[in-house]
Write a protein that binds this ligand. Structure first.
Ligand code: PLP
Length: 362
């Protein structure tokens, strides 16, 4: 009998496949420097909170995420009605695309930037307007402002930017926020804001009061070391955005263990400060190590670095040979710039292992 293939929708052909990192089935002795995760495990108290939640898994999780929203509201001084929760911040991004975009609408973001953004236009049939970064791998906000038209529904600024690690100072972000029309949603994706030494990570919170269209997107995956549980959140200038993203999603999008762990993690701001300190030490050591190899990374304000390989080096070959040496990094081609590498800072030992391996490979 002839086998009929399932006929999928046109959007399935449009949606790009997320460039996943390799290495999840490799032995423990691999330096996983490909996904900008924390090299440190979550705190024991956070793990215990998740474990306690497991005993009640016969129950659905709190669909309104009320305790977590209250904890976030207290921490950031935002009313709980202006907090959105997600199954990772990716979940909020995808829901924003669904709530805001449709054929005929436009979405503006920089490129290279976070590899999930192209999904939003592809899934909705909206038009993606991508704006090239400047020569220092930073957002060109003037050029982005010029791309905002009557069709624009959503603008995304990733600050600090993934994959380039660079950040714009608060003053430039604040000036840009002022230029975006009130009916256009503006998401500032701050997944890495805690690692940014240019400004206090809380400075953008002040903009929420005067900009109802502003959404600050944050995550427990990076600084809180909870990537495996999937919790993200958005702090918003009005109640409209949380309401809309909740409307387009299934009711129980954030699981009980994730909610419990996130609530506990927020109580340990000292651990946040310590992780930032370790990342900054790693930043200095990695920069020095790369410089010694004749490489000039972009100015990182994150927990990872981004650099062009020497011209004669073959990107795919370098990534493969690093993997053979037990070091997993990200090739730039799939992230928007061929010939570049993105490398997450690991433990001190992992960073040395990476630098030694890169020296051998080059
Ligand atoms: C810029 C940026 N935004 C959002 C995310 C999504 O994080 P999560 O869905 O784990 O919260 C990431 C993850 O790498 C990221 O780099």
């Amino acid at each position: 009998m002839r086998r009929m293939a399932i006929e999928f929708s046109a959007r399935i052909r449009r949606i790009p496949t997320y460039p996943v990192a390799d290495g999840y089935s490799l032995p423990d002795d691999v330096a996983m420097l490909a996904s900008n995760e924390s090299p440190d495990p979550p705190l024991p108290a956070v793990v215990q909170a998740a474990q306690r939640a497991l005993a009640a898994l016969n129950r659905y999780p709190d669909p309104s995420n009320s305790t977590l929203k209250r904890a976030l509201g207290n921490r950031y001084g935002v009313p709980t009605s202006r907090v959105a929760i997600g199954n990772g911040s990716c979940d909020i991004l995808l829901a924003a695309g669904e709530a805001l975009l449709e054929p005929g609408a436009e979405l503006v973001y920089a490129w290279p930037s976070f590899s999930v953004y192209p999904h939003l236009a592809a899934a909705s049939g909206a038009r993606a307007i991508t704006v090239a970064l400047d020569d220092d791998h930073r957002h060109d906000l003037d050029a982005m402002a010029r791309e905002i038209t009557v069709a624009t529904r959503l603008v995304i600024v990733c600050n600090p930017n993934n994959p380039t690690s660079t950040a714009l100072p608060f003053a430039e972000i604040a000036a840009f926020v002022d230029t975006v029309p009130r009916h256009v949603a503006l998401i500032v994706d701050e997944a890495y804001c805690e690692f940014n030494l240019l400004d206090d990570p809380d400075s953008t919170l002040d903009l929420l009061g005067s900009h109802p269209n502003l959404v600050l997107l944050r995550t427990f995956s990076k600084i809180h070391a909870l990537a495996g549980l999937r919790v993200g959140f958005a702090l918003c200038g009005s109640e409209d955005f949380p309401r809309a993203v909740d409307q387009v999603r299934q009711p129980f999008f954030c699981n009980a263990a994730a909610q419990a762990a996130a609530i506990e993690a927020l109580k340990h701001q000292d651990a946040v400060a310590e992780r930032v300190e370790r990342a900054v030490v790693a930043r200095v050591e990695m920069e020095a190590g790369l410089n010694a190899l004749g490489i000039e990374p972009a100015e990182s304000q994150t927990n990872f670095c981004w650099f062009d390989l020497p011209q004669e080096a073959d990107e795919a070959e370098v990534v493969k040979r690093l993997a053979e040496r037990g070091v997993l990094v990200r090739a730039g081609k799939a992230l928007g710039r061929a010939g570049a590498l993105r490398v997450t800072y690991g433990t001190a030992a992992q960073n040395v292992r990476f630098l030694d391996a890169l020296g051998e490979v080059l």
